[in-house]
Design a protein around this ligand. Structure first.
Ligand code: ADP
Ligand code: ZN
Length: 602
């Protein structure tokens, strides 16, 4: 086996003409019968790293995978490109299991996906010894680490593999990159001097945007209306809020469903299936949704609330655009969410609370950032990019700076006069000269700065306060119900005339106008999403329905986009489209060529 064989298989089966960074090196490592540890982001292309060796090496590769629904998806996708594959887990009947085991024994399949329970079971071992797999792939390998999330006890028994199959290569794959997990995986699987491959975690096709969390529903409706026929997920903090939001969206004419762990299994799988098959495009969900599915054409992800750390956020937005085509992400940020999350983290999970709060701080800093967001994200994962990304809200619409010295002086002197006894909302109310009863009861109307900032609306004040916090001019005493305190830096503003630059506040209307302006500038509609694309998308859906598979198994969005742009009308042209391999050309080529010809009016 050499790279040439691998390259041929990549084109023949998957229809891709080149490997992504690291895939080739990883495959060569497996060919050399050496162990590998692969760290790639979601959507980075991990599967190819073991699927190509599995296809090209003699015998059957064994893939350990923790998610039953994912196994089914993967096997369907492999069969769809003409590769014999099967899975073994508790969802099969005894008879079905026996059939698969026979096929495995007789080397009739190239890949066998198994659940961790199955692979460590006593009954399975003799078969494994007889069949002698060509390689072992351990997917979602972070499940071995009790440190992180998704810990699966059976994974810790996987060390039996190296002991019993010392010369068979093991390839462990995960999207969790931290050092501790990495060490755990290597040690617990007894990997033999594995080469560690760390791909970039950048996902340049995902746009990043953060908006203040005001009138979220209205904004979401507009966001969805601008993206007809596109599938997306809205993540909410609580079960109840998923239901409420879905209701409200329905009322506004958006067909939205909800999904959370409190629903019974049948209801949940109904929603999931509909989503996978493009029959339900919008789902309001708690974070559990999306873990067990491989849907590559999720075109957008919205966070209704702030996630509790950057890892979760990145994993959740990572569920969009796995096909590599453009996808949008939007995070709503309100200070209130931070307060709620802080309470949750400190109340229920007192263990490692400090660490969790520190992670929340980083998340908050991301949401409040005034520089390129992708640089912040990637630096969190210890990756440096040299240039701004051009695909985040800050890059597209750089914030304008104003002289905020007077604003800062007003806020700080109010805190000074109140001796650090009130929280942010109350402080803003006082600055705005609010007539609330509580203010008068406490006599706050008598302090000198009462009403000194009534020319600035509440939300705008909040925007400035958060910046003052980030710049270290104010501190929040979380142990005293979140009251605001001065810092040593505040003295420089109050007594030494230090200048304070602030980012100007853009109203919702201004932001909308800017958006319209940008849309106008992009005069031609996106070429990739034209009428022909829509045509081909419908065709894909019909074919998927006939064959009982999800549409993205037929062709993914990136492939359809390329077809819509290149308009192939012969087999030769069609096979040049990325994602069209021999089998798919044979199965669907003429159907799509006919549709394109018809569209071109031939
Ligand atoms: P992961 O398991 O890392 O989340 P996948 O293996 O599902 O990612 O791959 C994500 C997408 O990228 C899939 O649609 C896959 O077909 C595609 N892909 C993988 N490798 C290549 C490649 N070399 N060229 C083009 N597309 C690729
Ligand atoms: Zn950027």
């Amino acid at each position: 086996m050499n790279l040439g064989t691998a390259q041929e298989a990549l084109k023949k089966y998957f229809g891709y003409s080149s490997f992504r960074p690291m895939q080739a090196e990883i495959i060569e490592q497996v060919y050399a019968h050496k162990d590998a540890l692969v760290l790639m982001p979601t959507g980075g292309g991990k599967s190819i790293c073991y699927q190509i060796p599995a296809i090209t090496m003699p015998g059957t590769a064994l893939v350990v995978s923790p998610l039953i629904s994912l196994m089914k998806d993967q096997v369907e996708a492999l069969r769809g490109v003409g590769i014999p594959a099967a899975f073994l887990n508790s969802s099969l009947s005894d008879l079905e299991q026996r059939q698969v085991e026979d096929d495995f024994f007789n080397k009739k399949i190239k890949l066998l996906y198994v659940s961790p329970e199955k692979v460590v079971s006593q009954q399975f071992f003799p078969l494994l010894q007889k069949a002698q797999p060509s390689l072992f792939a351990i997917d979602e390998a972070h499940c071995i680490s009790s440190w992180g999330h998704d810990f699966r006890p059976e994974y810790t028994q996987l060390k039996f593999i190296k002991k019993n199959f010392p010369t068979t290569p093991i390839i462990a794959l995960t999207a969790t990159a931290d050092k501790l997990t990495r060490k755990d995986i290597t040690q617990q699987l007894h990997l033999n001097e594995p080469e560690v491959f760390i791909a970039s975690f950048d996902r340049p096709n995902l746009s990043l945007e953060v908006r203040p969390g005001q009138r979220r529903r209205e904004q979401i409706i507009r966001f969805i209306q601008k993206r007809p026929n596109q599938a997306g997920i809205i993540y909410c903090l609580s079960r109840k809020s998923t239901e409420e939001l879905a209701d409200k969206l329905q009322a506004a004419g958006v067909d939205a469903a909800y999904y959370h762990a409190g629903m019974d299994a049948a209801e949940r799988s109904l929603v999931q299936e509909a989503f996978i098959n493009d029959n339900q495009l919008v789902v309001c969900a708690t974070i559990a949704f999306g873990m067990g599915i491989d849907k590559s054409n999720v075109r957008w992800v919205i966070h209704y609330n702030l996630p509790k750390n950057i890892e979760s956020y990145y994993q959740e937005i990572g569920r969009a655009g796995r096909d590599g085509a453009k996808a949008d992400t939007l995070l709503f940020y309100s200070y209130n969410d931070v307060t709620i999350l802080r309470d949750i983290l400190t109340q229920n999970e007192s263990s490692k609370a400090d660490l969790k709060l520190a992670k929340l701080d980083r998340m908050q800093q991301y949401a409040e950032a005034v520089g390129c967001r992708r640089r912040i994200l990637l630096s969190y994962f210890s990756e440096d990019i040299q240039e701004d990304c051009g695909n985040c809200d800050i890059c597209k619409n750089p914030p304008k700076s104003i002289d905020g010295t007077v604003i800062a002086q007003k806020a700080l002197s109010a805190i000074y006069r109140l001796r650090g006894t009130v929280g942010m909302s109350m402080l803003i109310d006082i600055l705005r000269g609010s007539g609330k009863r509580e203010i008068f009861e406490r006599g706050y109307q008598n302090i000198k700065t009462y009403g000194a900032g009534r020319d600035i609306p509440f939300l705008e004040w909040q925007h400035y306060m958060l910046q003052l916090l980030n710049m270290g001019y104010i501190e929040i005493a979380h142990d005293q119900h979140g009251v605001l305190k001065l810092t040593t830096a505040s003295n420089r503003v109050l007594f030494e005339q230090e200048k304070v630059p602030l980012v100007r506040f853009a109203t919702l209307k201004e932001r909308r106008d800017a958006e319209k302006e940008r849309a106008k500038k992009a005069t031609r509609p996106q070429r990739s999403r034209n009428e022909l694309f829509e045509h081909l998308r419908q065709l894909r859906k019909q074919l998927a329905q006939q064959r009982g598979v999800p549409p993205y198994i037929i062709f993914n969005d990136a492939t359809l986009e390329e077809m819509a742009a290149m308009k192939p009308v012969s087999d030769e042209e069609m096979i040049n489209i990325s994602g069209v391999g021999e089998r798919k050309l044979h199965l669907y080529g003429s159907t799509f060529i006919n549709a394109i010809e018809e569209y071109l009016g031939k």
